[in-house]
Design a protein around this ligand. Structure first.
Ligand code: IPM
Ligand code: MG
Length: 355
């Protein structure tokens, strides 16, 4: 029997509730037969670790993760620690350390979910956003001088490399090609940003030639927000820069009904390193520790994890169980207007898997 070694990193806030729920569901899936088993190792990194050790994860933390088949991550963020420290010290350290350059964010309106776009049928909104995940606006390059003085200056320099842009565009074209509509929208801001964004457009033209069967178009990021709201059915696969796709994916999640549902995969498509799967939501201190978090974003992330491991049948089984559960509005958590608890949703998904 195949054994998959999975690292779990709950992180902070509700991550500590949804990641154990995700691990429980994966265990149940393996137990219900599929020819594989999971071996979990839990890493208590995040805000508490920072308070105890002065860093979000140990300096040799990546070494401990290196041999894993995948990572299930919760969220990083702590009211007592500046956000840029929690982000750069843990999540980005793993994403960049393992060169997980393709961040994949599917969005659909799941059964039973009341989405805000009233003219949009559920089947009109079936998107996958590919976010460049290794450079761009998140390159971390910049500086700050003369702090506190009137002449203070600061820069955050966005770095776009031909290699980085080309590989994420190629990934996105390939993903679009694998989906029924074979359609890709390349988002930039090349009217205002006349260097790197123009390079994106040019490289998109070049890479497109490798994919003659993919229909593709370009959209400026501001116009893209309006198109997502007004003409959702005209979109399928989308690729954008690190920051643009960060923003667009929150909009996408909200249009699909809740941030609590949306999943993410941080992929190293070349499989040199483990890839990392996480719900898109943050650590949500307002509800943490109360058992109220929606675990669906984590469960859907587990579906992506299974797909990445090549366990397509198990992935489909879990997705079907999730959809059966969202269809039952008595199993909706607070973010969806319901009163169900994390444990109720988890139990229901597991019961469904056992059928
Ligand atoms: C995301 C999140 C993060 C990001 C935050 C937590 C820094 O919003 O994964 O979309 O901006 O990358
Ligand atoms: Mg975001």
């Amino acid at each position: 029997m195949k054994t998959y070694r999975i690292a779990t990193i709950p992180g902070d806030g509700i991550g500590k509730e949804v990641v154990p729920a995700g691990a429980e569901v994966l265990q149940a899936l393996a137990a219900s037969g599929g020819g594989f088993r999971f071996e979990f190792e839990d890493f208590g990194w995040g805000g508490d670790w920072y308070r105890a050790h002065g860093e979000m994860m140990p300096a040799d933390g990546l070494e401990a993760l290196k041999g894993k088949d995948a990572i299930l991550f919760g969220s990083a963020g702590d009211p007592q620690i500046p956000d840029h420290i929690t982000l750069w010290g843990l999540r980005l350290k793993i994403c960049q350390g393992f060169d997980q350059y393709a961040n994949v964010r599917p969005t659909r309106i799941l059964p039973g979910i009341d989405a805000p776009l009233k003219r949009c049928k559920p089947e009109d909104l079936d998107w996958v956003i590919v976010r460049e995940n290794s450079e761009g606006e998140y390159a971390g390059v910049g500086g700050r001088v003369h702090q506190g003085h009137p002449i203070e200056a600061a820069t955050d320099v966005s770095i776009m490399t031909r290699a980085g842009v080309e590989r994420v565009l190629r990934f996105a074209f390939k993903l679009a090609q694998s989906r029924p509509r074979k359609q890709l929208t390349v988002v930039t801001k090349s009217n205002a940003q006349r260097h790197a964004m123009v390079m994106w457009d040019e490289i998109a033209n070049e890479v497109a030639r490798e994919f003659p069967d993919v229909k593709w178009d370009k959209e400026l990021v501001d116009a893209m927000t309006a198109r997502m709201v007004n003409k959702p059915a005209t979109l399928d696969t989308v690729v954008a820069t690190n920051l643009h796709a960060d923003i667009l994916s929150d909009l996408a999640a909200a249009l699909a009904g809740s941030l609590g549902i949306a999943p993410t995969a941080n992929l190293d498509p070349e499989r040199r390193y483990p890839s990392m799967f996480e719900p898109i939501h943050g650590s949500a201190f307002d509800i943490m520790g109360k058992g109220l978090a929606n675990p669906v974003g984590t469960f859907w992330s587990c579906v992506m994890l299974l797909e990445h491991l090549g366990e397509q049948e198990a992935a489909q089984r879990l997705m079907a169980a999730i959809e059966a559960v969202t269809a039952d509005t008595s199993l909706h958590t607070g973010d969806l207007g319901g009163t169900a608890r994390t444990a109720d949703v988890t139990r229901a998904v597991i019961a469904r898997l056992a059928r």
